[in-house]
Design a protein around this ligand. Structure first.
Ligand SMILES: [Zn+2]
Length: 432
């Protein structure tokens, strides 16, 4: 099923014409209404009239998260406050939060995009969906909620925090779909097992996002719960969840390209990467009124494919996210992403996908310890067995990362579980 066939299956030429028309309007909108963009464009001698279509996008200046912070809270809004019907804010770990304002039309666009994603996941008006993202300033809960209402599913606004209640209601209500972070869903699958409820659920699909995860983790969730798991992408600065989602073929995430214009750039040179090459994802919103963003640097690393998908959709597909430019750790001079550790560990059957990387510096040398959790069924007192497993994981990690790590096997369920975004790295290095 396709929610909006006319748009989602539009020919690339027609789509490009639509994007061009919308980009031209957006550039004029920000130039006329946002001092920040007017100044930036004036500084490089660029006028709205110089942008005639998508081919001119590289002439435009970038926007970063710092720009949003510097203009806290409402400095980049392009409409008067009376036009804003809602705000969300992202929880910045450093500095001030970034605030996003939505007009009534922006909320409609958001609901439409999430409805497309939910339809890709097979959710219809006959489904009962538990929304287990956090509600509130975070975009996850309300974003998924409005989209689910748009497809007219029965929405259960669970939010996060009470896993026992959630799993009980999952059974009692006969929930057929759930929207939450993948790490939380893995945790929920453990709760369902512990409570002896796993065989009683009617779940068919999970729409997971808000943190990077691997293809193996997706398959692990699918087999544990006997469901289809879908990857939904979004970021609070650019609307929220629903910017892109994968379809039943799981060949990348279809971007709602009639609203968000993607670019993949080399994060050092900021030049456009070739199709398929890994780079930083940059978005220009082309219909958003409240907080339109020009060439927003997401810091997310992925690649893009413009070929038509098996499902019939023509929209560009983003490859599985490889992490964030920011998440990249440099350990002993080597670039390391936590997602590489995750991808390596799913190949080791004795351990769970939960892990913690502890980075430190001893005598001017970087150290990396990776704590991995043994699965209950492999629990043993035999030291030899543990030693053997430790060595095996050490090898797997060394192959995946290109550097060695100290492996520490810990007891089942002993690493901290998260109900929001998973934390996988503790960096104790103090580098001045
Ligand atoms: Zn598809």
């Amino acid at each position: 099923m396709i929610w909006n066939k006319e748009i989602e299956c539009m020919s690339r030429d027609e789509l490009s014409a639509l994007q061009s028309e919308r980009l031209v309007k957006t550039v004029k909108h920000v130039y006329d209404n946002v001092a920040f963009y007017r100044k930036k464009m004036d500084a490089i001698g660029l006028l709205p009239g110089d942008i005639k279509g998508v081919e001119d996008i590289t002439k435009l200046p970038f926007t970063t998260k710092d720009d949003l912070r510097d203009n806290y809270p409402f400095g980049l809004f392009a409409v008067p406050h009376s036009e804003i019907v809602r705000v969300h804010a992202s929880s910045g770990t450093t500095g001030k939060a970034t605030v996003v304002g939505y007009t009534e039309k922006d909320i409609d666009i958001w609901s439409e995009c999430v409805a497309r994603c939910l339809t890709m996941a097979g959710v219809t008006k006959d489904d009962i969906i538990q929304v287990a993202y956090g509600y509130g300033l975070f975009t996850g809960g309300l974003g998924a909620h409005y989209g689910a209402e748009k497809v007219k599913a029965m929405v259960v606004p669970m939010s996060t925090g009470n896993s026992k209640k959630l799993t009980t209601m999952m059974v009692d209500f006969g929930a057929t779909a759930i929207a939450c972070t993948p790490s939380y869903l893995l945790y929920l699958s453990e709760v369902l097992e512990q409570e002896g409820l796993k065989d009683k659920i009617k779940l068919k699909a999970a729409i997971c996002g808000a943190e990077p995860w691997t293809e193996k983790m997706r398959k692990d969730i699918e087999s544990r719960l006997n469901i289809n798991a879908f990857d939904i992408y979004g970021l609070s600065e650019v609307m929220g969840p629903g910017v892109a989602c994968d379809c039943i073929y799981h060949n990348g995430l279809h971007v709602c390209e009639d609203h968000f214009l993607p670019e993949i750039l080399n994060s050092d040179t900021l030049k456009t990467q070739k199709q398929g090459e890994l780079g930083e994802l940059v978005f220009t919103t082309i219909t958003i009124q409240g907080l339109p963003l020009i060439r927003y640097r997401t810091k997310d690393l992925t690649n893009i494919d413009y070929s038509t998908c098996e499902c019939g959709r023509t929209s560009a597909r983003l490859g599985r996210f490889k992490g964030r430019v920011d998440d990249m750790l440099i350990i002993r001079g080597v670039n390391i992403f936590p997602s590489q550790v995750e991808a390596a560990l799913v190949n080791v059957k004795e351990v769970s996908p939960h892990y913690m990387m502890i980075v430190d510096r001893v005598n001017n040398l970087d150290t990396l310890e990776i704590q991995v959790e043994l699965k209950t069924e492999y629990l043993t007192d035999e030291i030899k067995g543990i030693e053997k497993l430790t060595a095996k994981i050490g090898q797997v990690i060394n192959q995946a990362l290109g550097i060695s790590a100290k492996i520490k096997i810990v007891e089942p369920n002993s690493l901290k579980r998260s109900e929001g975004k998973a934390v996988h790295v503790i960096d104790n290095r103090k580098i001045f």
